[in-house]
Design a protein around this ligand. Structure first.
Ligand SMILES: Cc1ncc(COP(=O)(O)O)c(C=O)c1O
Length: 467
């Protein structure tokens, strides 16, 4: 049912009142002119369906015309079907077939990626309880502009959480609360450019969205290959860059875990060359078959900018993340955040602080780790049964894995797999270099376990019948 929004109570009156201004219109033409303008406002979407119009007396007062002028205009538009009079709710804009919808048009396709978490398991009740508690505890002062680095109690909770779960050395004064890792990327770009650095090394293959963020901020991405131990630090040295982004806990998208040697080599390179390492710790909380590897930042808090978010653990929709800066850069990053948007909204931050403090985050992650492991097992079992010659890798953690079908044309295979209901993308799409690796990146976190096996069986049928 169409919900009505009031043009008076939601404060929108003043906006379209300007368009209705009848100053200078001859008295005899006022009703007709008002009808024309209201009709145009409906047709152009300025007055969307469901909008409740001001009472005729109120609008007449605002426009300094007699009430009869407004009544006649309302009646005219009522007769034409633009307005409807509802008992008890006054005059409301009707649903006019060709009028633009009230909703905002999507400008861009929202980013999709194979690492989406399950939306259906978002802990709605626990989040709502924490939100209510947090709201009741906020002081009056909390409703002003907050600390651009983030709400202090959340930074204290994050310090404990990141230290406990990821072995990150994160004193609250070095944490900046951000709108997800996407914003950390932009802040890193801003800070690099302040230091006249306009190139950054990125893993190849690696995240497309992150590369886009850097390029948009005029920082050029230089691809550096990844092997079975993580990023090739020798190749990094050869590029002569002063900054690099890595995903050492679970390389995106190959799933490789950086070896201890490679971690040390990377930190040694950063210290020797005065460079900065940006650690994207995007899905490290979900680890299934091996003991978790702590964050790189714990070994190199002096050279690592650590970034994380709730986009895998809770939901990308929250746009909530954190950045832990080396001591000498903490103030610079806080300034960059302030310049970007004056700081993140306090209500979500307070809810998140409560969610961490009362143990809901730990409970949710424990529950979801079991669930994601189940989904991963379903996918692995189904692939092993249907395609015994396909190798799998990157299965130990996260929300996606890699398949290695013996085909030269992973693009075509990915398209068929998608038609069968698998979230599969060609690995080559994440590559920068001229010889992209072949394989399929398959997301399972957001796919119900019962649909995973069915999708793989369907793919098997499609491939065997097309031979
Ligand atoms: C490699 C990688 N890093 C980080 C993120 C998280 O980004 P954000 O926190 O902006 O949602 C994602 C999201 O899918 C990702 O794929």
């Amino acid at each position: 049912m169409q919900q009505s929004t009031s043009a008076v109570s939601d404060g929108t009156t003043s906006g379209w009142l300007l368009e209705l201004d009848l100053t200078g219109v001859a008295r005899g033409r006022q009703a007709e002119e008002l009808s024309d303008r209201l009709r145009r406002a409906v047709r152009t979407g300025r007055l969307p369906a469901g909008t409740r119009l001001p009472a005729s007396r109120t609008l007449a007062g605002d426009l300094a015309v007699s009430r009869g002028v407004v009544v006649r205009a309302y009646e005219q538009l009522g007769a034409e079907g633009y307005f409807s009079a509802r008992l008890g709710s006054g005059t409301v804009v009707a649903d006019v077939p060709d009028a633009p919808a009230a909703s905002v048009r999507r400008r861009r396709r929202p980013p999709t990626n194979p690492g989406l978490p399950s939306g259906g398991t978002f802990p709605r009740a626990a989040w709502a309880r924490c939100a209510a508690r947090a709201l009741s505890r906020l002081t009056d002062a909390d409703f002003g502009y907050g600390d651009p680095a983030g709400w202090p109690p959340l930074r204290e909770e994050l310090c404990r959480y990141l230290g406990r779960v990821r072995a990150v050395l994160a004193p609250p004064e070095r944490i900046v609360v951000v709108n997800g890792f996407g914003q950390s990327t932009r802040l890193v770009a801003d800070v690099l450019r302040q230091g006249d650095v306009d190139r950054i090394a990125v893993e190849d293959p690696g995240s497309i969205g992150m590369r886009e963020q850097f390029e948009r901020a005029s920082v050029r991405c230089v691809g550096v290959p990844v092997d079975g131990d993580g990023i090739r630090v020798d190749a990094l040295g050869a590029e002569g860059v002063r900054a690099v982004v890595v995903t050492p806990a679970h390389q995106f998208p190959t799933g490789v875990v950086a070896s201890a040697e490679r971690r040390h080599a990377l930190l040694e390179w950063a210290r020797r060359t005065g460079s900065v390492v940006v650690e994207d710790d995007y899905d490290a909380e979900y680890r299934y078959d091996r003991t978790p590897v702590g964050a790189l930042q714990g070994l190199g808090p002096d050279v690592v900018v650590y970034g994380g978010s709730v986009s895998k653990t809770l939901a990308p929709a929250l746009r909530l993340g954190w950045l832990v800066a080396p001591e000498h850069l903490a103030e610079t990053f806080t300034e960059a955040k302030y310049s970007a948007d004056l700081g993140r909204g306090v209500l979500d931050q307070a809810t998140m602080a409560e969610f961490l403090a009362c143990g809901e985050m730990d409970r949710h992650i424990r529950r979801m780790a079991l669930e994601y492991r189940r989904r991963r097992d379903r996918l692995v079992e189904a692939v092993e049964a249907a395609f015994p010659h396909w190798e799998l890798s990157g299965t130990a953690a996260g929300l996606h894995l890699l398949l290695h079908p013996p085909t030269e044309n992973a693009e075509a295979l990915a398209a068929v797999a998608q038609e069968c209901g698998l979230d599969a993308r060609p690995l080559s799409q994440y590559s920068i270099g001229p010889c992209p690796p072949q394989g399929l990146v398959v997301g399972y976190g957001h796919q119900r376990p019962d649909t995973i096996a069915a999708a793989v069986m369907q793919l098997h049928r499609r491939l065997t019948t097309s031979r």
